[in-house]
Design a binder for this molecule. Structure first.
Ligand code: MRU
Length: 356
């Protein structure tokens, strides 16, 4: 994707292969800050503190974390400990454990002396595959959007509602939910995006709005409570969200608030899609509500907000009375019965079609 006209990715290895660069997304949309990560500990910190976030991107970043571990200590014990450390950072997005498992499976059979080079190549392969996968998701989603547009009266853009940020910032490039929108825009289809602000961390208002603005795509930020009202008034043609984990039967775990959008979409006959790479499907689980671990984050994300003050300084302000208890589950589960389809790199399919 382009930022200020320049093609960018969300992570890139340095030229000599001893560190990886990322965008510190905590500063967006107000500042562009890059960070250089040179140890597995630094990678774990960047994931836990959400410098990098979004299920596919934390998977690819964790893969580089395993590669950096090999630079320091490529022993079996060192690799197992690195995997434990990385997997513990964020429990819900399954791409993280998928990536560290894949790295381990590739590296453990090799002699220790070969592991550092192999790890760097495998991490790069995971990152490249992510880009290709998301481009394919975009193509399949584009076909769906084109068909939908053809069935709608002409004269106004197709209205897409999205939640959180499942754009290129959540992946290595393209994004998942936003990939079809980028490709629709490139194909000349008129699209307008309703962007849920996505409390409490506001990934919609901060990240999705910024991304769409960079791409020149029409969009409007709405409060999280507004989507149902818009659907009742015929202002939403389709909902597309990303996912952090999808079960074998198709339950979709995604950013908190997604379930409410799916309910409203169902009640109003609005198609509701999750855009999902295969690495987000957890074939070991069936019942998303019972079995997916939901990350609980600090109450401070609910009681406080960060933004720019009149002097252009990034400041945190308090919303709730001091000491107010707050609860902050980061994800919820939308049952498969509310999901129209999964947009994947293999087309709009059920999880079963992705098994092999
Ligand atoms: O907590 P985050 O920001 O890492 O959450 C991830 C997300 O952005 C969404 O839940 C997204 O839809 C899935 S990642 C493509």
């Amino acid at each position: 994707m382009k930022v200020g006209g320049l093609a960018r990715r969300t992570l890139w290895p340095d030229a000599v292969g001893d560190s990886v660069h990322v965008i510190d997304q905590r500063a967006l949309p107000h500042r562009w800050v890059e960070a250089q990560l040179a140890t597995v500990g630094a990678v774990a910190q960047a994931i836990a503190e959400m410098w990098v976030r979004g299920a596919p991107l934390i998977g690819a970043t964790a893969a580089y974390g395993m590669a950096l571990q090999c630079r320091a200590d490529a022993s079996d014990a060192g690799l197992h400990e690195a995997r434990r450390q990385l997997d513990a950072t964020r429990p819900t997005a399954v791409n993280l454990a998928w990536a560290t498992r894949r790295m381990l499976a590739q590296l453990l059979p090799l002699p220790e002396a070969q592991r550092a080079t192999a790890a760097w190549l495998e991490a790069a392969a995971i990152a490249e595959e992510d880009v290709a996968t998301n481009a394919a998701i975009g193509q399949h989603g584009l076909a769906m959007l084109q068909a939908l547009a053809a069935s709608r009266p002409t004269g106004r853009p197709l209205q897409v509602l999205t939640h959180c940020n499942a754009g290129w910032l959540a992946t290595v490039d393209w994004g998942t939910a936003l990939a079809p929108i980028y490709q629709a825009h490139d194909a000349g289809l008129a699209v307008h995006v309703w962007v849920d602000e996505t409390r409490p961390r506001n990934q919609g208002a901060s990240l999705t709005a910024w991304e769409l603005g960079q791409a020149g795509i029409a969009h409007t930020v709405i409060a999280d409570n507004t989507g149902g009202h818009l659907m009742q008034h015929g202002e939403v043609d389709v909902v597309i969200v990303g996912a952090d984990r999808v079960t074998a039967r198709g339950d979709v775990c995604n950013k908190i608030g997604t379930y409410l959008k799916a309910l409203a979409a169902y009640d109003n006959g609005v198609p509701f899609y999750a855009a999902v790479p295969r690495s987000t499907v957890d074939f070991t689980l069936d019942d998303g509500l019972a079995d997916i671990p939901i990350e609980m984050r600090t109450p401070r994300e609910v009681t406080h907000l960060t933004g720019l003050d009149a002097q252009g300084r990034l400041v945190e302000v308090q919303l709730a009375p001091g000491g107010t208890p707050a609860l902050n589950p980061a994800f919820d589960v939308t049952p498969a019965r509310l999901v129209t389809g999964l947009i994947t790199e293999r087309g709009i399919v059920t999880p079963e079609a992705l098994r092999s």
